[in-house]
Design a protein around this ligand. Structure first.
Ligand code: PLP
Length: 396
């Protein structure tokens, strides 16, 4: 019996792959600071559970495939903050942003089609695109340039007759890079000139720091018909386990065709949709508070990283990740050392090696991604452990 070439060419998540080694370290009594996964520690707003407690249907029935009106209407209200005029028919509620991406790639890609995406990128894009028969074509970026990619001369040479879309994770995962409105317009112009879709993954939308203003691709007037937005309550509302997201587009042909896929999978958990509706009705001040918390953590992480000789990274402008170059040749080997051999007062640390976030073989071997999802004191200690670990590793 044979498996598909598609599944065989997929990779295990670099974010979760080292968990068994971390578990062994924990079983042996070590405390492990987990900076490998974007699981926020910020509490899910109480309104989520309150809404669910008030939802008492006699039968937990299937919902419409496009989602519950109560959630769709809350999303419509939320986008008014962005001066975006959204209608129910412009959106399909999905099981997290992940399902939105799976559906989008299935709807857009034929075997061998290509999507452009800045590397390093959120690694599951490779899985989603491959599952749909497509291929991620990387726009390679560098730590030294703050992982910026919105440059015509970098993007255009990569466009072929198989290119269907350009994906923008904004703010970025794993780099934290934030596009300016001008850069978004440039991408929209390129997409228009080459007739490409824009897949705008905005699951970190409000998390833009230092006076940067969160802009949605839905606000770029000239791109209205080619933008498909991916959203989720996982990160901005600290509700990863709710598994609620959506895709949103003003393109009627896309929406009507992607609905076939949505109908095929019936619907999304109604209970979680009710909770998520309350999240989208939160006042904007909610995002300000959470943003201030993450911004403070970013500053701590950056400050501590800069104390390590040989580290290369620029202060990222958003999301809750920092990718940095470390003064070790093989970050994966270093991580295994941290988990298996190193400790300081019974403590060690875990991050995600960045090689798995690159599509180009050989890149990212000396880079790591940190998710700053712990409080400031823990983040400071965790980065200190990386520093002490590097000293011990390089002294062997
Ligand atoms: C950029 C990006 N897009 C999409 C997702 C998918 O998230 P979820 O399926 O939890 O909404 C993630 C999760 O980490 C992400 O970082």
């Amino acid at each position: 019996m044979k498996l598909s070439n598609k599944v065989e060419s997929m990779q295990f998540s670099p974010i979760r792959r080292f968990n068994p080694i971390a578990q062994k370290a924990k079983d042996a009594g070590k405390k492990v600071y987990h900076l490998n996964i974007g699981q926020p520690d910020v509490e899910t707003p109480e309104c989520f559970m309150e809404a669910i407690r008030g939802y008492e249907p006699k039968v937990i029935a299937y919902a419409e495939s496009q989602g519950l009106p109560v959630l769709q209407d809350a999303v419509i209200e939320y986008f008014k903050n962005y001066d975006m005029d959204v209608e129910r028919g412009d959106m399909i509620i999905t099981t997290g942003g992940s399902e939105a991406l799976t559906m989008i790639f299935t709807a857009l890609l034929d075997e061998g089609d290509e999507v452009l995406l800045a590397e390093p990128f959120y690694t599951n894009y490779h899985t989603f695109a491959t599952a749909a028969g497509g291929k991620v074509v990387p726009i390679t970026t560098k730590a030294e340039d703050g992982y910026h990619y919105a440059k015509r001369e970098q993007i255009e040479p990569l466009i072929t007759e198989r290119t269907k879309a350009i994906c923008c994770i904004n703010p970025g995962n794993p780099t934290g890079t934030v596009l300016t409105k001008e850069e978004m317009q440039l991408i929209a112009d390129i997409a228009e000139e080459h007739n490409l879709w824009i897949i705008a993954d905005e699951v970190y939308r409000e998390f833009a720091y230092d006076g940067r203003v969160a802009v949605s691709f839905g606000q770029i007037e000239s791109a209205k018909d080619r933008v498909i937005i991916v959203d989720s309550v996982s990160k901005r509302h600290s509700a990863c386990g709710a598994r609620i997201g959506f895709l949103l587009s003003k393109n009627k042909e896309f929406m009507s065709n992607v609905m076939k896929i949505a109908q095929g999978r019936l619907c999304v958990s109604t209970v979680d949709q009710v909770g998520a509706a309350a999240l989208f009705r939160l006042p904007l001040s909610y995002y300000d508070e959470v943003k201030a918390e993450y911004c403070g953590r970013r500053d701590v992480v950056y400050e501590e990283l800069m104390k390590i000789p040989g580290v290369v990274c620029q202060k990222p402008g958003g999301s809750f990740y920092i990718t940095a170059k470390l003064p070790v040749a093989d970050v994966e080997d270093f991580l295994i050392f941290l988990l298996e051999e190193f400790e300081d007062n019974g403590e060690t640390v875990m991050f995600a090696p960045a090689a798995g976030f690159y599509a180009t073989e050989g890149l990212g071997k000396d880079e790591m991604r940190i998710a700053y999802v712990l409080n400031q004191a823990d983040m400071r200690r965790a980065v200190e452990l990386i520093r002490l670990g590097i000293e011990a590793y390089n002294a062997r």
